[in-house]
Design a binder for this molecule. Structure first.
Ligand SMILES: C[S@@+](CC[C@H](N)C(=O)[O-])C[C@H]1O[C@@H](n2cnc3c(N)ncnc32)[C@H](O)[C@@H]1O
Length: 254
């Protein structure tokens, strides 16, 4: 019955089908042929002449290169970042899916053409960049984090919450100083948990970045959310808070 109804009304969402047939949405999704993509109810979205809804840029994605390209498409006319301040090995640009930045910088350079971040003033003048991106580590070393992991070795970590917060603020200030007026700053960031004497505590890094950006008079243009497809789950006797499986790409304009 569900499949037959869906064939007749191909553009009805599972929610609408459930209302029309008087059954639960769970039952609808269970009976719908999973091989056949269920069309969402687009009737409430405005359609522009000749444009396909499928081409719309959405705020949530499971692919970080799609998010980066979407940000470039919407905000950076040159379609590449002028500078990446935390280039590392350049996984943002892997396989050429995202255009390489003009300047690659990092506090701990990992490639031959990456400039040491401490030398930025020698190569990039103030107010010289149209766009800049950075992606700092979000891990604070704790007894429960495996400090020997390869990811930690490559991407580094902070010794304390204070160091993480101060570095984020300093990077926002540096990136702002290097941006032209009207330039775009993209910050990849993630909330985290830190150990305190009273147990694990949430550290809302994204909120700290947003607050400091506001203090610096940066306009918050957009937020993109990257949802992880894979998650290494940990064993624990009792879970106390949601395991974070998303991070943010915050877009600011000077
Ligand atoms: C998560 S990684 C960046 C990954 C990069 N976006 C990529 O596509 O591969 C974090 C980077 O921040 C740099 N970093 C670590 N500590 C830093 C600090 N205190 N100040 C500035 N950069 C730092 C690391 O060297 C590392 O390359």
């Amino acid at each position: 019955m569900v499949n037959e109804f869906h064939q007749k009304h191909g553009d009805y969402s599972p929610y609408r089908i459930s209302k029309e047939l008087g059954i639960s949405q769970h039952t609808v999704t269970k009976y719908l042929d999973t091989e056949q993509p269920v069309k969402s109810d687009n009737s409430k979205l405005s359609k522009f002449a000749g444009e396909k809804i499928a081409n719309n840029i959405l705020s949530v994605n499971t692919n970080q290169q799609s998010i980066l390209n979407n940000i470039l498409t919407l905000y950076v006319p040159s379609l590449h970042f002028d500078a990446d301040l935390t280039y590392s090995k350049g996984s943002f640009y892997r396989k050429g899916n995202v255009a390489e930045p003009r300047y690659k910088l990092d506090k701990f350079p990992q490639t031959e053409d990456t400039i040491e971040l401490d030398n930025i003033d020698d190569v990039i003048g103030d107010e010289a960049l149209e766009s800049v991106v950075f992606d700092l580590p979000y891990i604070v070393k704790t007894s429960w984090v495996n400090v020997a992991s390869k990811v930690m070795e490559l991407y580094k970590s902070f010794d304390s919450a204070e160091e993480l917060i101060n570095t984020n603020k300093a990077m926002l200030e540096l990136a702002r100083r290097k941006l032209k007026r009207g330039g775009i700053m993209v910050v990849k960031t993630q909330d985290t948990c830190v150990a305190t004497s009273a147990g694990a505590k949430q550290l809302w890094v994204s909120q700290i970045v947003l607050n400091h950006a506001e203090c610096l008079n940066l306009a918050h243009e957009d937020t993109f959310i990257l949802v992880s497809k894979k998650l290494m789950l940990t064993k624990h006797e009792k879970q106390h808070r949601a395991r974070k499986n998303h991070c943010y790409f915050l877009v600011f304009r000077k």
